[in-house]
Design a protein around this ligand. Structure first.
Ligand code: BV8
Length: 237
C-alpha cells in the first residue's frame, strides 16, 4: 500500500488530475453506499429499485425511495474529500450534489442527479428538485403527459452520449487518475479506468477495501476518502 504523503509530490507536479468517484466518496456525509452495509432500503436491494421495471411496477415505492434519499441529501453536508476534490476534474457515478455544494464546478455526473426530475418519455422536459421539499408523488410531465421521474440513469438505461464523450475526453487528458470510493463493478462507467490507464495516466485507487479497480491501480491507498484525499491533494491551489 502507498503512503499518501509520498504521492502528494507526484500530484503537485500533475498537469491534469481527474477523479472518478462512487458512493464511498459521500459515505462520510452519511449517504448510504449501494453495496455496503445499510445499503438495503425496506429490505429491498437498490439494484432492484433503480430500474425502469421497478418504476413501471411500483412507481409510488420507487418515488418514496428517492424522496427518502433526497431528504437524507438535504440533511447531508460535503465532507473533507469533496472539498479536496474542488480543484480537479470530477467524473462521478454519484447522483448527489455534494461536490457542487463543496464548490466544484467541473463535474460530470455519469448517472444523472437527484436534484432534478425529468420526463420518463425523454421529451426534453426536466426541472430542478429541492431535496428539502416534501417528496414528489406520481405525476405527469407538464409538456407531454408521460410520467415524471428522477433525472438519474437506471440500470438498463443508456448513459447520455454527451456525458460519455465528456468523460472519455477527460480520461484521455488526465496524467493522474484518482479512483475514489467505488466498487468499480458498474458498467460502462468502470471502463473509464481502462480508458485513462491506456492513455498513460497514473491510476491511484483510494478505497476502504480492495475493489475491482485494485488490479488496475499503479498505487492503491486503503483508507477513508475523507482522511486520505486532503493529504493527497493538500498542495492543490
Ligand atoms: C447501460 C443511478 C446499456 C441510480 C446508478 C457491460 C457494459 C454495459 C452495461 C453493462 C455491462 N455489464 C452489465 C451491464 C448492466 C449494468 C451494470 O453495470 N450492472 C452491474 C451491476 C453488473 N449497467 C447499466 O445498466 C448501465 N446502463 O449499460 O445501458 C444500454 C445501452 C443502450 C440502450 C439501453 C441500455 C447503467 C448503470 C447506471 C445505474 N445507475 N445510479 C441511483 O443512484 O438511484 S449506478 C449506482 O451504482 C450508483 O450510481 C453508484 O454510484 C454506482 C456504482 O456503485 P459504487 O458507486 O461503486 O458504489 P458501491 O456501493 O458499489 O461501492 C462503494 C465503494 O466505496 C466500495 O468499494 C466501498 O469499499 C467504498 N467505500 C465505502 N466507504 C468509503 C469507501 N471508500 C472510501 N472512503 C470511504 N469512506
Amino acid at each position: 500500500m502507498t503512503d499518501p504523503a509520498a504521492l502528494a509530490e507526484r500530484l503537485r507536479d500533475a498537469k491534469r488530475i481527474v477523479c472518478f468517484s462512487g458512493a464511498g466518496l459521500s459515505a462520510a456525509s452519511g449517504l448510504a453506499t449501494f453495496r455496503g452495509d445499510g445499503g438495503l432500503w425496506r429490505q429491498r436491494d437498490p439494484m432492484t429499485l433503480a430500474t425502469p421495471g421497478a418504476f413501471a411496477a411500483e412507481p409510488e415505492l420507487v418515488l418514496e425511495w428517492y424522496g427518502e434519499r433526497r431528504r437524507r441529501l438535504a440533511e447531508a453536508t460535503p465532507n473533507a474529500a469533496h472539498a479536496a476534490l474542488v480543484p480537479v476534474t470530477n467524473i462521478t457515478q454519484n447522483v448527489d450534489d455534494l461536490l457542487e455544494r463543496a464548490g466544484a464546478s467541473d463535474v460530470v455526473h455519469l448517472h444523472g442527479t437527484l436534484v432534478r426530475d425529468r420526463c420518463h418519455a425523454a421529451c426534453g422536459y426536466d426541472e430542478p428538485i429541492d431535496p428539502a421539499d416534501p417528496p414528489v408523488a406520481v405525476r405527469a410531465c407538464p409538456q407531454c403527459g408521460a410520467p415524471m421521474r428522477p433525472a438519474v440513469v437506471w440500470f438498463g438505461e443508456a448513459l447520455a452520449e454527451a456525458t460519455i464523450d465528456a468523460a472519455v475526453e477527460a480520461c484521455t487528458a488526465a496524467d493522474v487518475f484518482l479512483v475514489v470510493g467505488t466498487s468499480a463493478v458498474v458498467q460502462p462507467a468502470a471502463s473509464l479506468i481502462d480508458v485513462a490507464r491506456d492513455a498513460g495516466a497514473t491510476i491511484i485507487v483510494v478505497n476502504t477495501e480492495s475493489s475491482a479497480a485494485s488490479d488496475r491501480a499503479h498505487h492503491e491507498i486503503i483508507g477513508a476518502a475523507a482522511d486520505v484525499l486532503p493529504a493527497l491533494l493538500s498542495a492543490e491551489d
